[in-house]
Design a protein around this ligand. Sequence first.
Ligand SMILES: NC(=O)C1=CN([C@@H]2O[C@H](COP(=O)(O)OP(=O)(O)OC[C@H]3O[C@@H](n4cnc5c(N)ncnc54)[C@H](O)[C@@H]3O)[C@@H](O)[C@H]2O)C=CC1
Ligand SMILES: O=C(O)C1=N[C@H](C(=O)O)C[C@H](O)C1
Length: 234
Amino acid sequence: MKIALIGYGKMGKTIEKIAQERGHTITHRISDDIANHDLKTTDIAIDFSIPDAAFRNITSCFQQGVPVISGTTGWLKKYEEAVRVCNENNSGFIYASNFSLGVNLFFELNKNLAKMMSGFKDYSVSMEEVHHTQKLDAPSGTAITLAEQIIANNNKKGWKLDTAGEDEIPITAKRIENVPGTHTISYESKVDTIKIEHIAHSREGFALGAVIASEWLNGKQGVFTMKDVLFQNM
Ligand SMILES: NC(=O)C1=CN([C@@H]2O[C@H](COP(=O)(O)OP(=O)(O)OC[C@H]3O[C@@H](n4cnc5c(N)ncnc54)[C@H](O)[C@@H]3O)[C@@H](O)[C@H]2O)C=CC1
Ligand SMILES: O=C(O)C1=N[C@H](C(=O)O)C[C@H](O)C1
């Protein structure tokens, strides 16, 4: 496959390595305004850029007839608009706050645990995410997805960074040098604590997931999720 990398930073470079190992060709390595680039000869674009540029990058690809895998976080208020532009252009789109297989399994575990805990009022839920110090957004996209899953399966009404109200999930975001991404969910009562945690040891899991998603999306039209890619038969 011919792949355009939009955002050639930490993730772009890790994706390049894995894509080449799997026999793909990198046609573009883009770190500036998408308007400067003609993508028509590429099969798919993988966007891991910055929150302020992601929407413009993604929709510009659809308008050029190029399907998109996007892992950029912090732009999701415009997700529905991106879906509309994808469909108008008969293109293909997968966004995921986290492309790793491990986190997508963790998402399923989180939903089940939230459902199981919903009847037990003695436990209060909270979340902590830890990432490297260059991260632009907080809380992480993954933490927001986890919180939305708890809200849908428990009796919480929303989430807040740091101090939250009675019916909200408090999320703590820590920034520590070189941490690829750790997410911990705790249910705490007076007598004990139940914790589930995902620790990424490197960026390779995110990058491999994004390349597998590109291979899966190639030739398809429509808007999909990582659940479609990884757990089609679940
Ligand atoms: N969904 C997932 O599995 C994962 C998502 N991410 C997200 O991916 C994004 C990128 O992460 P990193 O690679 O760690 O960041 P990074 O800062 O290393 O790379 C971002 C790159 O985007 C470039 N850039 C700036 N303006 C641009 C524009 N207008 N168009 C295209 N590129 C532009 C920057 O020059 C930089 O090279 C972040 O939003 C992060 O949260 C990161 C890891 C996994
Ligand atoms: O910026 C990162 O590094 C990461 N961003 C994603 C997020 O915001 O959830 C995924 C992963 O945790 C690493």
